[in-house]
Design a protein around this ligand. Structure first.
Ligand code: 0GY
Length: 292
């Protein structure tokens, strides 16, 4: 287990100059703890600082957004109580993504649905989780949650793209890819690795992509200009299947801590027209998370 180098998220973010359209959704963020009430998982690979639902909702208002999608992160394992506690406190303005055990019952899934969970996350990063679990285990889980109208959120990095593709092709649900699957920005957008990825997300109409996580993808650091062409290429190629989020409170960052206001000000660079912004921030997340 490692402790990150940061003791908190950015406490004094810049007020963004970009004005998000009414109803905008931050579709990738987390809550952590407070550990005294919601202990972290014993098998976790890092220990984040506490990041409360109150502070998440404060940030949402500060950056001019209306809603959140709270994603269960590996440090809370399969105990989704902190995520669900935040959903229940959100007055319907938050939905969630859970991480569940393979033997979870339909009754438990229905309780989660009632609380606002709308999907489950499969994490394939060796630095975060045990990646020896066979893909069939995840396929069975996806089949289990499909009748609820839920989707699967899949987190892997570009280096595993070719190994992951048959799994993505086999998933029966809508699929959301975290952090645009972390492209290697040193290769350039014309490299076959990114072009093949772009082709897959264009052709597989089950797939949505989160154009998030520039702080994890950039080789140069803020203001993450080296990530913009990747996000923009995806937004322009599949405008009806992209999502945006802050990734607050940026767990497990060791190089620097991003300014969430500055991340919001990247939006017009990656979605340059009002129409693209409306799809990215409102239409697409509402269709995926608030249709029921
Ligand atoms: C993220 C990214 C990270 C952490 C997790 O599940 C997690 O612990 O997703 C990461 O370290 O890349 O989505 O915030």
């Amino acid at each position: 287990m490692t402790d990150g180098d940061f003791k908190s998220y950015c406490l004094n973010p810049t007020k963004p100059t970009f004005k998000a359209p009414p109803g905008a959704v931050d579709a990738h963020c987390h809550v952590f703890g407070p550990a005294a009430k919601f202990p972290f998982a014993p098998e976790r690979k890092y220990t984040p600082y506490d990041a409360s639902k109150e502070d998440l909702f404060k940030l949402r208002d500060f950056i001019g957004f209306s809603r959140n999608v709270i994603v269960q992160a590996s440090c809370h394992g399969t105990d989704n109580t902190a995520t669900i506690d935040a959903l229940r406190a959100s007055d319907g303005e938050a939905r969630g993504i859970a991480v569940v055990k393979p033997d979870i019952s339909m009754a438990e899934l229905k309780d989660m649905d009632e609380a606002g969970i709308r999907g489950i996350r499969f994490n394939f990063l060796p630095r975060l989780v045990d990646t020896s679990v066979p893909h069939d285990v995840y396929l069975n889980l996806a089949e289990k949650i499909e009748p609820l109208g839920w989707h699967t959120v899949v987190y892997f990095e570009a280096v595993s793209f070719r190994a992951m593709k048959p799994f993505l092709d086999a998933l029966p649900t809508t699929i959301v890819l975290d952090h645009m699957s972390v492209p290697d920005v040193k290769k350039g957008i014309d490299h076959p690795d990114f072009q093949d990825y772009l082709k897959m997300v264009t052709e597989n109409r089950n797939i949505y992509v989160k154009v998030t996580g520039p702080e994890r993808i950039s080789a140069k650091g803020p203001p993450y200009d080296d990530v913009v062409p990747y996000a923009r290429a995806i937004v322009e190629r599949i405008p009806g299947r992209v999502l945006w989020g802050t990734d607050w409170p940026h767990p497990n960052m060791t190089s620097h801590m991003p300014d969430d206001g500055m991340l919001v000000d990247m939006i017009p660079k990656i979605a340059p027209t009002a129409d693209l912004q409306e799809k990215l921030l409102v239409d697409n997340p509402l269709r995926l998370y608030w249709a029921t």
